[in-house]
Write a protein that binds this ligand. Structure first.
Ligand code: SF4
Length: 145
């Protein structure tokens, strides 16, 4: 089984209520080859929600307690992001997921590059919180685009 970001599968789960639909991801879910998940919603965050970024590091740093996930208005949502990552990992293990395709740049799903915590559209090297946790458990994560 595979797993894809719900927004790639056409679900309107992004912070602003939009999706980032790509046809192949939507088709994979429709054909039951992949499950769609939004880690931020799994962590209890609503749609729409404030835009969030990792401040002071990467998803790995968040898992190590060395960085936080904050909204643009300064609210600390680290706990929700960690909860969402744990729930996503649980689901991935239940479904024996061996490959994940996640949406780029997200503080949850980002893979390789994420926003740098300044809310200026600047990117830095690193993974989102959920991607970092899945990789720690040996699950391969690739990014769309
Ligand atoms: Fe898409 Fe992941 Fe962000 Fe949810 S957390 S909107 S699935 S990129």
């Amino acid at each position: 089984m595979k797993m894809v970001s719900a927004c790639l599968a056409g679900k309107n789960v992004r912070y602003d209520g939009s999706s980032k639909k790509v046809e192949y991801a939507e088709n994979m879910v429709r054909r039951s080859e992949a499950i769609a998940i939004c880690p931020e919603m799994k962590g209890g965050l609503p749609v729409p929600r404030e835009q969030c970024e990792i401040v002071g590091g990467t998803g790995d740093d968040v898992l190590n307690g060395k960085a936080k996930v904050m909204t643009a208005k300064g609210e600390d949502v680290t706990a929700q992001f960690i909860e969402g990552a744990n729930e996503t990992l649980k689901l991935a293990q239940q479904w024996a997921v061996h490959r994940v395709i996640f949406c780029r740049k997200s503080p949850s799903c980002g893979c390789g590059k994420i926003f740098d915590g300044t809310f200026t559209g600047t990117l830095r090297e690193g993974d989102g919180v959920t991607t970092a946790l899945l990789k720690r458990h040996g699950i391969e994560v690739a990014r769309e685009g």
